[in-house]
Design a binder for this molecule. Structure first.
Ligand code: DC
Length: 224
């Protein structure tokens, strides 16, 4: 089985690019952020203290997480309910960032993620895929862009959906999430030593896509 790990900060374009690349390569796309978001949503609904590992750990056994593929698109199901749309709000983004700091939450998802890579050729995106989840992935990419550029993209995406956060608010959230994701003790966001870093600042979707494809094709050739 072949695994491609794509890590990077929020808003670097990981999900859209990864989805398209996986389709191009005929691999399964695994969006691990969606898993953390789903747990974040559940914790919010339960009114749990997002910073309390004990409270969250007690909730985990109540969660049945399923990923189903509908026309090649990953849908997240939380105890049988399709929450794919609900997990995309700013509130859930921030909750996901906070609950993902807890080792108990990470351990809960680790086996599911590794299991998918054992059974399928995967392109998996997240924060710690190349470093922790799939350290033996054949190809690792660290995708990044400046905070300003990532906030601009996120702002446009939210505006298109009718969410009315100001740009300043979105930028502050991006910075806060960057801080949370890189400073937590458990599996902090960082590039694996053997990852190829791609900075998409100033690139449009197509340029970023071609750049990633080039890195993957080159690595595939070297693998023989
Ligand atoms: O990629 P995303 O924005 O959907 O991820 C939501 C949050 O989940 C993000 O702030 C950090 C966390 N996350 C993580 O800790 N590890 C991963 N492999 C994926 C996401």
């Amino acid at each position: 089985m072949i695994s491609i790990a794509v890590d990077g900060p929020s808003g670097a374009g990981k999900s859209t690019l990864s989805r398209r690349l996986a389709a191009e390569l005929g691999y399964i796309y695994v969006d691990t952020g969606a898993m953390y978001r789903t747990i974040g949503l559940f914790a919010l609904r339960k009114g749990a203290d997002l910073d309390s590992e004990t409270e969250l750990a007690a909730l985990l056994p109540e969660i049945c997480l399923e990923m189903r593929y509908v026309d090649g698109v990953q849908h997240m199901f939380l105890n049988g309910e399709d929450v794919s749309g609900l997990i995309r709000t700013q509130e859930v983004s921030m909750a996901a960032s906070r609950i993902s700091a807890h080792p108990a939450v990470r351990a809960f998802l680790l086996e599911t993620q590794r299991g998918l890579a054992r059974e399928n050729n995967v392109l998996m995106d997240g924060r710690d895929i190349g470093t922790v989840v799939l350290p033996n992935a054949q190809i690792k990419i660290f995708l990044t862009a400046s905070a300003q550029e990532r906030a601009r993209r996120r702002y446009e995406e939210l505006a298109a959906r009718g969410e009315k956060d100001s740009f300043e608010q979105v930028l502050a959230d991006v910075r806060q999430r960057d801080y949370n994701d890189t400073h937590r003790a458990a599996a902090p966001l960082c590039a694996a030593q053997d990852a190829v870093t791609i900075d998409t600042t100033g690139y449009d979707f197509e340029q970023s896509f071609q750049k990633m494809l080039e890195v993957i094709r080159r690595a595939q050739k070297q693998e023989g």
